[in-house]
Design a protein around this ligand. Structure first.
Ligand SMILES: CC/C=C\C/C=C\CCCC/C=C/C(=O)SCCNC(=O)CCNC(=O)[C@H](O)C(C)(C)COP(=O)(O)OP(=O)(O)OC[C@H]1O[C@@H](n2cnc3c(N)ncnc32)[C@H](O)[C@@H]1OP(=O)(O)O
Length: 210
């Protein structure tokens, strides 16, 4: 799936709605077993996603905000696999929801949950998704300081799984997907994934988020 919503793939209500509809269609397609999501913006260096569209969170009606927040949660529940450039805040969440993250090795790109730098708070389910990926201590430091990591730092703490030269991102993503798809049977993979997320799913249920 190629994301192309200039200038920076910010996650607006319209963009997220379209994304969720596309994901739903893919989920229902029995022939689809994996998804690589990437940005095809023409800017250089490339942005994966600038995160939530800040214009959606300012001066809008309560109904609009409710609708926006709902679709943000829907997006977070659905993702699979990704490759990327810059991914602040919601853009980082988008990639954290994936099973494997491949980042272009360009020090001009950054990834992280930088909410505190913006004077806002990363919701608890952003935080938990980060803890599940990089552990509690790394998350504590990252979130309190609102850190945006360059590729090498992101790899070091496990925020991304692999760095590759910029022109090879999609090739390597395709090879990685091929490897993941050698695991037989959707059921065992889905069950394993659900088991890994069991505690988190329970927390979400307690907070009435699913
Ligand atoms: C309804 C909900 C109600 C309440 C919830 C309240 C709080 C909950 C908090 C939830 C957690 C928040 C998560 C988020 O994702 S917040 C968004 C965080 N994003 C960022 O901090 C990214 C900011 N952007 C950047 O760092 C850079 O733009 C980026 C992505 C590195 C690209 O850099 P560059 O290529 O140089 O491009 P520009 O900076 O020049 O930007 C081009 C253009 O895009 C506009 N833009 C950038 N980011 C956003 C954005 N997130 N939303 C909307 N628009 C964005 C930017 O303003 C420029 O526009 P212009 O018109 O000036 O060309």
């Amino acid at each position: 799936m190629h994301m192309q919503s200039p200038p920076v793939n910010s996650l607006s209500l319209d963009f997220l709605t379209e994304l969720c509809i596309s994901l739903e269609k893919l989920e229902m397609d029995k022939g689809c077993r994996g998804l690589i999501i990437t940005s095809v913006l023409s800017n250089q260096p490339k942005v994966f996603s600038a995160g939530l569209d800040i214009l959606e969170m300012y001066g809008k009606s309560p109904e609009h905000c409710g609708e926006f927040w709902k679709v943000v949660q829907e997006m977070w529940l659905k993702f699979y696999g990704s490759n990327m450039g810059s991914s602040p805040a919601g853009g980082c969440l988008l990639s954290l929801t994936c099973d494997y993250r491949i980042m272009a090795d360009n020090p001009r790109y950054t990834i992280g949950l930088n909410e505190t730098q913006l004077g806002i708070v990363a919701p608890f389910w952003f935080k938990e998704t980060m803890v599940n990926t990089v552990g509690h201590r790394n998350t504590e430091v990252a979130l309190q300081l609102g850190l945006l990591y360059k590729p090498a730092e992101a790899l070091k703490i496990g925020l991304v799984d692999q760095l590759v030269p910029e022109d090879q991102v999609f090739t390597v993503a395709s090879q990685t997907m091929t490897k993941w798809l050698t695991i037989p049977g959707n059921v065992s993979v889905i069950t394993t994934k659900s088991t890994l997320n069991l505690l988190f799913s329970f927390q979400l249920w307690c907070f009435n988020l699913v």
